[in-house]
Design a protein around this ligand. Structure first.
Ligand code: ZN
Length: 228
């Protein structure tokens, strides 16, 4: 079997989804170098981080947890693009697992991971929700539950990216609907998106949970773009 794998990797070299270099056969999705050197935020080790501060006064998050921050060489962006537009959903799951395992050593209070849902029209077009695949990996790394059925996106917000930041902040209420709210009482929810840019999506999702008794909310993403 090892011989066959060696042979296959000669004919079909797989590129690292971050830097593009050819992967060795034991490497999955990203090369060893990228695994070590991609720009991790390490925000779980500093709770008062830039993202947590950016949400202050808007969304009272317990933890703000982006796996990576954006960097000039664009490796993180390349991975996000692959996950969202090139069907590489398993890469999203893989990154979730890596991050979940790192978080698990520091953060054990999470009860349930809830990915930010796509509107059903968009889900039909793309065929999968990239945030859900990342959330699946996170939940397994954190050894906790995932809920993909209670939060629904009732308003399609795709065109909002063209609007100015302050306009977007005013339009967050009512984008998401939450079913069976009572199950989340006194739970710590980890809202999960692929990327946090303006924070509007996380705020909109938080709106759906905020009135539940004793609920705590944190947010995780693959990357954070510093545009808040
Ligand atoms: Zn690489």
């Amino acid at each position: 079997m090892a011989l066959i794998n060696d042979f296959l990797s000669l004919i079909y070299p797989r590129p690292c989804e971050a830097c593009g270099n050819t992967l060795f056969k034991h490497e999955r999705f990203i090369c060893h170098y990228c695994k070590l050197h991609l720009p991790k935020s390490n925000y779980h080790k500093k709770p008062e981080n830039a993202l947590h501060t950016a949400f202050m006064g808007r969304v009272p998050l317990v933890y703000a947890l982006p796996f990576y921050v954006f960097e000039k060489s664009g490796r993180v962006q390349k991975m996000l693009h692959a996950i969202k537009y090139r069907g590489q959903k398993e890469l999203g799951e893989y990154l979730g697992q890596l991050y979940g395992k790192e978080l698990y050593e520091h953060i054990t209070a999470i009860d349930v991971v809830v990915p930010v849902p796509l509107h059903k029209k968009k889900l039909k077009m793309r065929g999968y929700n990239q945030s859900e695949w990342f959330a699946k990996g996170l939940a397994s790394g954190l050894n906790t539950e995932i809920n993909t059925t209670s939060l629904e996106r009732s308003i399609e917000t795709g065109t909002q990216t063209k609007k100015k930041k302050y306009e977007r902040w005013e339009n967050v209420e009512g984008i998401f609907e939450l079913k069976n709210k009572a199950q989340f009482a006194n739970k710590h929810i980890l809202l999960t998106d692929d990327v946090i840019t303006t924070g509007a999506t996380i705020e909109a999702a938080w709106q759906a949970f905020k009135d539940i008794d004793g609920v705590k909310i944190s947010a995780a993403s693959i990357a954070f773009t510093h545009k808040m």
